[in-house]
Design a protein around this ligand. Structure first.
Ligand SMILES: [Zn+2]
Length: 463
């Protein structure tokens, strides 16, 4: 994510937000029970007892009324006998819940939808939950995290879920560690455009004055990175370096997507050289008039609230490796997303006639010890501070720079690639990063990680 809260040359911030039929039974494999402790910052999100493999979201949306008529089919596998189970959901009124085709009883409480299947689900069994719901989804307005979730716009809607907003528009297991593939089938009045993560599955089909566009995200995705955008859009498609590049802009916004389209292709090519294989099957970006004040790294296709500058695009594309493909195990480690994406901006600037990375680091390190810049822990900033630009983004990037000057360029750039490669489509923690850096560099790095990530004070100058 990138939120524009600072305006000085060295410190721009952008935040981005990101956004799936039923898989055949033979695609499932049994797994042993996994107890994932609740997220320390969002303990109400995520559920026990099953592992989602695929979301099939059938969304019929009418911009004029903002009415959503939806069916979600969730393909999962039970990791224990399930007499009941929870989904994260705080969206419009539920009309029916089926488990494996049989009506199930259900109850809503807070942000949970509790489902009691007609017959208990056996451990190791695949099952499909179908939830039908209808109404106008509403955004979450959080006093510190801002506006997110389903955002209705004058000509449609955009879903920007980070951190826990997916529940505003579909039922899910909103656990960072339970990634799944997605199919989005979005039906709108003819003439309205619908985009989502991933790739279009054929051309949109129009019948009886309504058009259905189908998008597939074929790589595992965390719920916070799922996205749909509905409205008046002009779409540009090319293939750059073998990767389909699909961008779109709202023609009423006064800007086209020409710069975004070109910069997306350039950033992707430049980052592939440094980070290794691009993890997804397409790229792109969406510019809309949303009014949330940030951009979000929705998987494969970031969303921008108004036309972005070059560095914001570089930042959001970097997140495709760091955040989207390799996702933190808990929200405490969000610096693994934002520090890496911000450091990528510094590398890009240095390579494109801007300040060197060392100059950017030195300028920030000059911040006096008593400044609030230093008064939180980068790898545990607190729930309300996950988007703190100083603490998470800038000090996260500074940490990577100190790591680089400590282990040397060869090991550092090997680390960036191996981090993306080892944990591709998975989850990892700060301790995993430390372990990999120690393995590559044959150095003990505990003191560095503790001083730069786990201490709420200005670290001693890097030696
Ligand atoms: Zn970001």
């Amino acid at each position: 994510m990138m939120r524009r809260t600072r305006a000085t040359a060295a410190t721009y911030a952008a935040c981005a937000l990101l956004l799936l039929g039923a898989a055949p039974a033979h695609a499932f494999r049994p797994s042993s029970p996994v107890v994932v402790p609740p997220d320390p910052y969002f303990p109400l999100s995520g559920n026990q007892g099953y592992d989602v493999r695929h979301y099939d979201l059938d969304l019929d949306f009418t911009p004029a009324s903002h009415l959503l008529d939806a069916r979600a089919a969730i393909s999962a596998i039970a990791d224990r006998p399930l007499h009941r189970f929870d989904l994260d959901y705080s969206g419009p009124a539920v009309q029916q819940v089926l488990v494996d085709g049989r009506p199930a009883s259900y109850q809503r409480s807070g942000q949970k939808l509790t489902v009691v299947p007609a017959r208990p689900i056996r451990a190791g069994s695949p099952f499909i939950v179908r939830v039908q719901y209808r109404g106008t989804p509403e955004r979450i307005s959080d006093p510190t995290l801002g506006d997110y979730g389903w955002i209705n716009t004058p000509d449609g809607a955009v879903a920007l879920n980070e951190p826990d907003g997916a529940r505003t528009w579909y039922p899910l297991n909103d656990d960072l560690n339970d990634k799944a593939t997605y199919t989005f089938r979005v039906t709108t009045p003819a003439g309205v455009t619908a985009l989502a993560n991933g790739e279009p599955d054929g051309d949109p089909q129009t019948r009886g004055g309504r058009t259905t566009a189908t998008w597939q995200m074929r790589k595992p995705m965390a719920g916070y990175l799922s996205m749909v955008a509905v409205g008046d859009f002009t779409v540009t498609r090319t293939t750059d370096g073998g990767i389909p590049n699909i961008t779109a802009y709202d023609p009423a916004g006064g800007e086209t997507d020409a710069a975004l389209h070109r910069t997306t292709a350039e950033a992707l090519a430049w980052e592939k050289k440094r980070f290794g294989r691009y993890p997804f099957d397409s790229t792109g970006g969406i510019v809309d008039r949303i009014g949330v004040g940030y951009a979000l790294e929705t998987q494969s296709r970031p969303v921008y609230d108004g036309a972005p500058d070059e560095l914001t695009v570089v930042h959001e594309i970097a997140h495709q490796w760091y955040g989207d493909s390799v996702t933190p195990t808990t929200w405490r480690d969000i610096w693994l997303n934002e520090g890496f994406a911000t450091y990528t901006e510094w590398l890009w600037q240095e390579d494109h006639g801007g300040p060197t990375v060392q100059q950017t680091f030195d300028g920030l390190y000059a911040t006096p010890a008593g400044d609030p810049f230093w008064n939180l822990r980068t790898a545990d900033p607190g729930r309300d501070e996950i988007f703190n630009y100083d603490v998470v983004y800038l000090r996260g990037a500074m940490t990577l720079h100190v790591l680089r000057t400590t282990i040397g360029d060869r090991d550092f750039f090997a680390l960036l690639r191996e981090w993306a490669d080892t944990h591709r489509y998975g989850n990892a923690s700060t301790r995993d990063l430390q372990g990999l850096a120690e393995k590559i560099s044959h150095r003990r790095l505990g003191p560095l990680f503790d001083a730069w990530l786990y201490t709420a004070a200005k670290p001693a100058p890097p030696s």
